[in-house]
Design a protein around this ligand. Structure first.
Ligand SMILES: CC(C)(COP(=O)(O)OP(=O)(O)OC[C@H]1O[C@@H](n2cnc3c(N)ncnc32)[C@H](O)[C@@H]1OP(=O)(O)O)[C@@H](O)C(=O)NCCC(=O)NCCS
Length: 200
């Protein structure tokens, strides 16, 4: 059972943060709201086909992005956006189940706009997701990455994720071709141990 009292709390409706990338660009980080729908559609429209092919969802579908905006429920899927001015430059999500044997896990996804890569934004989003996960009482974060996506695997490795498994032919890409998936995990906090003090 999740005992939320032992974890620091976070008010997701008030959470927001400013940060600077390695090149000095100032960005603003906050959860997605309904009004972000159009900007999120534009963000995913810019994803090159070669990369879209390996994403879990058909992110270029307007209907899908509309459904995400209409059905926002942070306790199930928490989308965190990085914005420069009013333009979305990165999107990260934490998926959780609040009951059952996976209540303590969060599944992460991160995507950085092509024009904003290699200036520390991916790492910043992963670190921010880990901080939020800690405050939500999540014990472990998991990410599933097509095994060929070495940049993504490297980025998560550098952010403290380790390769827990390689599952052959686990998913199918947009062309219906089988793809091996690396499952990577990062411990966020020990099971039900409120005495452990992570330096977040
Ligand atoms: C992976 C991704 C998030 C990296 O974002 P980014 O903002 O360019 O990464 P950063 O600049 O923060 O780099 C983080 C670290 O990863 C390394 N890295 C980033 N891109 C890399 C690449 N192409 N090859 C090797 N290492 C790379 C960087 O060197 C950096 O290491 P450092 O901290 O030692 O300098 C981005 O390329 C992306 O969105 N790719 C698509 C993601 C995807 O497929 N998501 C779905 C599954 S979650």
């Amino acid at each position: 059972m999740l005992d939320t009292d032992i974890y620091p709390k976070i008010d997701l409706n008030k959470y927001q943060k400013e940060a600077h990338l390695k090149d000095g660009t100032k960005i603003f980080i906050r959860p997605m709201v309904f009004e972000d729908q159009e900007a999120l559609y534009e963000f995913f429209k810019a994803v090159p086909e070669e990369e879209a092919r390996y994403l879990r969802d058909d992110v270029k579908s307007r209907l899908l992005v509309e459904a995400w905006a209409k059905n926002l429920d942070y306790s199930n899927t928490l989308p965190i956006l990085a914005l420069k001015d009013d333009i979305i430059v990165a999107d990260a999500t934490i998926n959780r189940r609040r009951s059952g044997w996976k209540w303590h896990l969060g599944t992460v996804r991160v995507f950085v706009h092509n024009d904003y890569r290699n200036v520390g934004l991916g790492r910043l989003m992963i670190d921010e997701v880990a901080r939020i996960a800690y405050k939500l009482g999540i014990e472990k974060l998991i990410v599933e990455i097509p095994d060929t996506r070495t940049a993504t695997i490297n980025t998560f490795s550098k952010a403290g994720f380790h390769r827990a498994a390689l599952i052959p032919n686990m998913v199918k890409d947009r062309q219906n071709m089988p793809v091996d998936v690396a499952v990577m995990m990062r411990d966020i906090k020990p099971a039900q141990d409120d005495s452990y003090d992570y330096a977040f």
